[in-house]
Design a binder for this molecule. Structure first.
Ligand code: GTP
Ligand code: MG
Length: 194
């Protein structure tokens, strides 16, 4: 994928701020700190377009990025961050529910999980939630640079089993550090960008 344009557009907290141009949207889902913002940067060859952080909870709104004048990446706040208050968690839940349940422009969801660990309860719930709403889900197992290649197959099988992925469900091994899986991810996304 040749990236000719990648621009921050808006941080939305609800439908009133969503873009109205009808361009397809690719949303990122996954636990806090799994690497959603880093994924977008790597895919776009941009170091700092999307702010990342070692501390979880960096992304707090639906951040829209227009790519090549053709589609959006939507960076979504992560789940599973223990230090968030109950009130904030509920607000997050409402914002995400409204987005994933009602957004017609949403074309596909990239669900990031950590290749090193079995999916968490929340990872499994998120996968069920997304498929319940009928969204195409591309599962990306990231931080692949952090384990040895000899463990890839075993860890992949655990993710497939725990999330209940079917034979034709996409599962891509990825690293935002070294670019592993980048071309595979673009290939998986391609049908949803038009
Ligand atoms: P929230 O915005 O809090 O939901 O987090 P996020 O999912 O956007 O995570 P972010 O991209 O900010 O990355 C979190 C931390 O993980 C940062 O320190 C990144 O540098 C690191 N990280 C992300 N992806 C990778 C990866 O593939 N490999 C390695 N080694 N580190 C990664
Ligand atoms: Mg983020």
């Amino acid at each position: 994928m040749k990236i000719t344009q990648a621009d921050y557009v808006i941080s939305a907290v609800g439908p009133a701020q969503y873009p109205t141009d009808g361009m397809p949207e690719i949303a990122l889902a996954g636990r806090s700190n799994v690497g959603k913002s880093s994924f977008i940067n790597k895919m776009l060859n941009r170091r700092n377009l999307v702010r990342t952080s070692e501390k979880p909870g960096k992304t707090q709104k639906l951040n829209y990025f227009m790519i090549n004048g053709a589609f959006y990446f939507v960076d979504v706040p992560g789940y599973g961050y223990a230090k968030v208050s109950k009130k904030d968690k509920e607000a997050w839940g409402r914002m995400l529910e409204a987005y994933f349940a009602e957004r017609d422009a949403l074309s596909a969801v990239v669900h990031l999980v950590d290749l090193r660990h079995p999916p968490s309860k929340e990872d499994i719930q998120m996968h069920e939630f997304l498929t319940y709403y009928g969204h195409p889900v591309i599962t990306v197992a990231t931080k692949a640079d952090k384990i040895s290649k000899s463990k890839y197959q075993k860890h992949k099988q655990i993710i497939i089993h725990d999330l209940g992925l079917k034979a034709d469900d996409a599962l891509i091994l990825f690293s935002s550090l070294n670019g592993t899986g980048k071309e595979d991810a673009w290939r998986a996304l391609d049908p949803f960008l038009h």
